[in-house]
Design a protein around this ligand. Structure first.
Ligand code: AMP
Length: 301
């Protein structure tokens, strides 16, 4: 695996791949890699001849007072995890390269970025959109892989690719979970022994929504009430939002349909956690559910 730390070198790598007539997939990450990220890396190697993973803790997507300074960083450990996954390049630039002095141009996503996570973290998606466009311009991949875990982010990036005519295809991969259902996240490392079991209620609330929807319940208000009840079982977990939205405009729905999305955000003490579930027919796989929202899965070029 090639370890690349400069923008110029990354561009050279990408040009060489294209010159050989090979395809390139990119997985953007902030490091502290876990099985969720590694599933995206696996998808990248499935989709294209060459896979690159970027590791960059993007200061622009943290709001003031958030955990930018203490966000877990361990490049050596991340690289060790990528090698056995047949990743060809790790791109790990420093912040001064991505945001040099005088940097002053941002990508402003529209209304989708104002709700849910955007309401809780003003400016977050502007930072995400800006770094995604920069990474796509630097790496010029054929395919870029994102996780369903950050559902709103995936919807916003899909919009961004369309609105700005970016020449890249997007693959969205299912949420990878711990055995007890908790969605894998770099921030799970912040959970202490007391909060960790309580954090399961996020997933349990989504499973409750799934159960009701699959039993034929279509009243979103009633399902959301049940989700909140489940979340309320853990006094240490404070719900930020629990909702069921339309996957296109992220507006709450009244009637649940196939492809409606249940979303939760909650704090277990100081740790903010998010999770989601695409509601589909009983027995549908995660991939089937993703297809309801993002269309057919990509095929290898
Ligand atoms: P992050 O490093 O948190 O910015 O995440 C990088 C990418 O990995 C994003 O596209 C995330 O949605 C994705 N990701 C993070 N956690 C998971 C997970 N548990 N399952 C699937 N994808 C994930």
């Amino acid at each position: 695996m090639q370890i690349i730390t400069s923008i110029d070198e990354m561009r050279r790598f990408s040009r060489a791949v294209r010159a050989q007539g090979r395809t390139l997939a990119l997985v953007p990450t902030m490091g502290a890699l876990h099985e969720g990220h590694l599933s995206l890396a696996g998808r990248a190697t499935d989709e294209c001849d060459v896979a690159a993973v970027s590791i960059f803790v993007n200061p622009a997507q943290f709001t003031p007072g958030e955990d930018y300074a203490r966000y877990p960083r361990n490049l050596e450990c991340d690289l060790d995890l990528l090698v056995p996954r047949q990743v060809d390049a790790a791109f790990a630039p420093d912040a001064a390269q991505i945001y040099p002095p005088g940097f002053d141009t941002f990508v402003e996503p529209g209304r989708l970025a104002e709700k849910l996570e955007g309401a809780a973290r003003p400016g977050h998606f502007r930072g995400v959109a800006t770094v995604v466009v920069k990474l796509l311009n630097i790496v010029q991949p054929d395919v870029v892989c994102f996780g369903q875990k950050d559902f709103q982010q995936a919807v916003i990036v899909r919009h961004l690719i369309r609105d700005l005519n970016l020449d890249v295809r997007m693959a969205v991969c299912p949420v990878v979970r711990e055995p007890d259902g908790l969605a894998r996240s770099s921030r799970n490392a912040y959970l202490d022994a007391e909060d960790r079991p309580a954090a399961r209620v996020l997933h349990q609330s989504l499973e409750r929504a799934r159960e009701l929807a699959e039993a034929g319940e279509i009243d979103a208000r009633l399902i959301v009430q049940e989700m909140r009840k489940t979340l309320g079982r853990e006094p240490g977990v404070a719900t930020d939002y629990a909702t069921i939205v339309d996957a296109t405009d992220l507006e709450p729905v009244e009637r649940v349909e196939r492809g409606s999305v249940a979303l939760v955000a909650a704090r277990a003490e100081a740790v903010r956690l998010i999770d989601n579930l695409i509601l589909g027919p009983a027995g549908a796989t995660d991939e089937d559910r993703l297809e309801l929202v993002f269309g057919p899965a990509l095929k290898r070029l």
